[in-house]
Write a protein that binds this ligand. Structure first.
Ligand code: NAD
Length: 318
């Protein structure tokens, strides 16, 4: 059995992946500085001392990263600054936490003779797409966020290591994910606000932004499938379902689960912030051709997310 090295292991997606890998009987090393992740998300994994260990360290610490990776066979690089919205407030953050960190991961792999990397990229790399649903080979001439730009740079570095050093790489361009351990995004913001003030809700934009969303458990199954089919060179997969929903849809679903009917106010315009894309809908035919399908609808995924957040009020206090 290969030994897996997961950066960002204590995060929303990372901890879900760790649990699935351990459930399949794999050995896993998690690497995380716990800046946005939580050790509590790895409670089950940490109890499996024979197969799991967590390295509490920073990806920007190249020495610690290289040492921790020793003996691993596959790298899942999920660590990032996953916040898209506030990129312009600190332009170095995406460069350092996403692009330079990815370079560090690739160099640590080279030093350790590890050649397989699976990378959490994002549908944000398409900027404002012109084709819907957007396939992997759609043009993306204009980047609309520093986050998207930093992810695209990460993909480019990985593909160059595949060409130059014979690595095998996979980049996943995800839509927004939902589910247990979700700690950032509009559903989190809405549930947090409505828990304190169920009577009002301020919506960024006009609420008609249309976006694909996917249950995190379905995303992780797609990732594992892509890993099992990995080939020489570099591959890209869009990971998303066959539907999208509006912000207003999610407000209706969240309100129904919480039993509230807030009065809505809107900041106006067709986007919530500079760089918000009014329509994100990815064509996932490539991963579906391997046999993957989402198991939950967006409405079901929103419902699970809200229920989990209400059962874990400490997450909302953060
Ligand atoms: N959640 C989504 O909807 C979504 C969508 C598209 C892409 N992605 C990508 O998927 C990956 C996982 O996202 P997530 O939602 O789980 O985010 P997250 O913030 O929950 O997880 C990121 C993890 O990385 C850790 N981390 C951050 N900086 C670090 C550093 N310098 N050194 C070590 N650890 C560090 C954090 O503590 C956290 O545990 C990210 O790369 C993100 O960009 C997520």
């Amino acid at each position: 059995m290969p030994r897996h090295f997961v950066t960002g292991a204590a995060g929303f997606v990372g901890s879900t992946l760790v649990d699935r890998l351990l459930a399949h009987g794999h050995e896993v090393v998690g690497y995380d500085n716990l800046s946005s992740g939580r050790e509590a998300f790895l409670e089950g994994a940490l109890s499996n001392t024979a197969s799991f260990r967590l390295e509490h360290a920073d990806t920007l610490d190249a020495c610690a990263l290289t040492a921790a990776m020793r003996g691993s066979d596959v790298v899942w690089h999920l660590q990032a600054n996953a916040d898209v919205r506030h990129g312009l407030a600190n332009p170095r953050k995406d460069l350092e936490q996403n692009t330079l960190a990815t370079s560090n991961v690739l160099e640590a792999m080279r030093r350790n003779g590890v050649k397989d990397i699976l990378f959490a990229s994002s549908g944000s790399v398409y900027g404002e797409a012109m084709v819907f649903p957007t396939p992997e080979d759609a043009p993306f001439p204009v980047q609309t966020s520093l986050y998207g730009a930093s992810k695209l740079a990460g993909e480019a570095l990985i593909s160059a290591y595949c060409e130059g050093y014979g690595f095998r790489g996979v980049a996943f361009r995800f839509v927004s994910m939902l589910g247990e351990r979700y700690t950032h995004g509009h559903v989190y913001d809405f549930v947090r606000h409505l828990s304190k003030d169920p009577g009002t809700l301020r919506v960024l934009g006009d609420g008609r932004q249309r976006k694909g969303y996917l249950y995190v458990g379905d995303s992780v199954e797609a990732m594992l499938l892509a890993w099992s089919k990995m080939q020489k060179g570099f591959a890209v997969y869009n990971i998303g379902g066959e539907e999208y929903s509006t912000v207003l849809d999610s407000i209706a679903w969240i309100s129904a689960v919480m039993g509230v009917s807030p009065e809505l106010t809107f900041t106006g315009g067709d986007r919530g912030w500079a760089g918000d894309n009014p329509f994100i809908f990815l064509d996932a035919a490539r991963i579906m051709a391997l046999g993957w399908r989402p198991t939950l609808t967006i409405k079901e995924a929103v419902g699970r997310t809200v229920s989990w957040l209400l059962e874990n009020p400490k997450v909302l206090e953060a």
